[in-house]
Design a protein around this ligand. Structure first.
Ligand code: GLA
Length: 431
């Protein structure tokens, strides 16, 4: 049996104190969130925008125009069917979300929004019934200003009536955009008003905002306030199906992480925009990077792709249960960039049960795979692997790397623009 020498006792004391401190720090952060009991973990689902945009030309493009159903072609209905039948729902993708361009150009005689009668002939209530019958939830889109970004009727002056309409239709999530507002006061008042109006309906409706994105050009957003009204909020411009776009989002997020990380927690999340995995613009390694980093950032996982035409590889990545478990970790702490050295970025995220996720990204776009060695003592505020831990590589390929002591090093090898995602689980044993 191992004898406890006074040095060992001292070290043990130190370890326990550090661990206690980490626990206390984890508990006290995470400000007061919108009290609707929703989005206790980041929202998961599908959102039409990046892949299908404002395609209303159903004559020329019957398969990909924004519509419910008509003559057998049914974008949202088909997505609902596939979400339920192809394993998406089982792993957590629950919300089927309509973005812009679903509306008729005018409100009805009672001032209510209405769906385009040609593209949604049976209306949103019918669609929500269908979506619910599949065990899924329905998301819809509106705008705080005079018009939506694509020019459809905005909600300014109609917040209460629109909230009631959405609740009547059985909507479960509202993405509320911020185009066509005249002042920042109008923007802020509108976002708050809609939050209260949604709450007043008595229906559980996840409230997805773009408030800070439209606020940043004028003043630094007050995230404590935003968190009190929204379940998630977009901070940065729209994602495109390109590596440049994913890179820009990551760079912006890490350079503002002091502000962003403390704002996130159960009930309220930073939203770096949709997952574009399964489309055309990202290489395999770049898709891995998006999945890994969206998990580290505790981001809503809203795919925008065509579930009717998706590769087996992309589907497997999007349905990776280990990575989803990191994204959905109940502790709800957003991860952050720990260091950047010679185009290699190390990100980390604290998880429940004293575990940590670590992502090593190779941003060098010339040459082949690069090796990078990490001192375990430098991870997780010094406690992630103290006194020892089991390390598993989750991406690109699930591999048990083994048992490591605090003083040791782990070696990674990362493809250009790719990521190695590790999970560290603490162990009380040492060699
Ligand atoms: C804005 C939003 C996008 C999308 C479009 C729709 O650009 O940021 O996510 O909703 O409007 O017009």
């Amino acid at each position: 049996m191992m004898r406890l020498t006074s040095r060992r006792l001292q070290r043990l004391g130190c370890v326990l104190a550090l661990r206690l401190m980490a626990l206390v720090l984890r508990e006290i952060s995470g400000a007061w969130a919108l009290d609707n009991g929703l989005a206790m973990t980041p929202t998961m689902g599908w959102l039409h925008w990046e892949r299908f945009m404002c395609n209303t030309n159903c004559k020329e493009e019957p398969d990909s125009c924004v519509r419910y159903r008509s003559f057998g072609e049914k974008l949202f209905m088909q997505m609902a069917d596939l979400m339920a039948s192809e394993g998406w729902k089982e792993v957590g993708y629950e919300y089927l979300c309509i973005d812009d361009c679903w509306m008729a150009p005018q409100r009805d005689s009672k001032g209510r929004l209405q769906a385009d009668p040609k593209r949604f002939p049976s209306g949103i209530r019918h669609l929500s019934n269908y979506v619910h019958s599949k065990g899924l939830k329905l998301g819809i889109y509106a705008d705080v200003g005079k018009k939506t970004c694509a020019g459809y009727p905005g909600s300014l002056g109609y917040y209460d009536i629109d909230a009631e309409t959405f609740a009547d239709w059985g909507v479960d999530l509202l993405k509320f955009d911020g185009c066509y507002c005249d002042t920042v006061e109008q923007l802020a008042d509108g976002y708050k008003h809609m939050s209260l109006a949604l709450n007043k309906t008595g229906r559980s409706i996840v409230y997805s905002c773009e408030w800070p994105l439209y606020m940043w050009p004028f003043q630094k957003p007050n995230y404590t306030e935003i968190r009190q009204y929204c379940n998630h909020w977009r901070n940065f411009g729209d994602i495109y199906d390109s590596w440049q776009s994913v890179k820009n989002i990551l760079a912006w997020t890490s350079s503002n992480q002091r502000t962003l990380v403390s704002a996130a927690g159960p009930g309220g999340w930073n939203d770096p925009d949709m997952l574009v995995i399964g489309n055309f613009g990202l290489s395999w390694d770049q898709q891995i990077t998006q999945m890994a980093l969206w998990a580290i950032m505790a981001a809503p996982l809203l795919m925008s792709n065509d579930l009717r035409h998706i590769s087996f590889q992309a589907k497997t990545l999007l349905q990776n249960k280990d990575v989803i478990a990191i994204n959905q970790d109940p502790l709800g702490k957003q991860g952050y960039l720990l260091r950047k050295e010679d185009s290699i970025e190390v990100w980390e995220r604290p998880l429940s049960n004293l575990a940590w996720a670590v992502a090593v990204v190779n941003l060098q776009e010339i040459g082949g795979p690069r090796s990078y060695t990490i001192s375990l003592a430098s991870l997780g505020q010094g406690v992630a692997c103290n006194p020892a831990c089991h390390i598993t590589e989750l991406l690109p390929v699930k591999t048990k790397l083994g048992f490591y002591e605090w003083t040791s090093y782990v070696k990674t090898r990362i493809n250009p623009t790719g990521t190695v995602l590790l999970q560290l689980k603490i162990s009380q044993t040492t060699f």
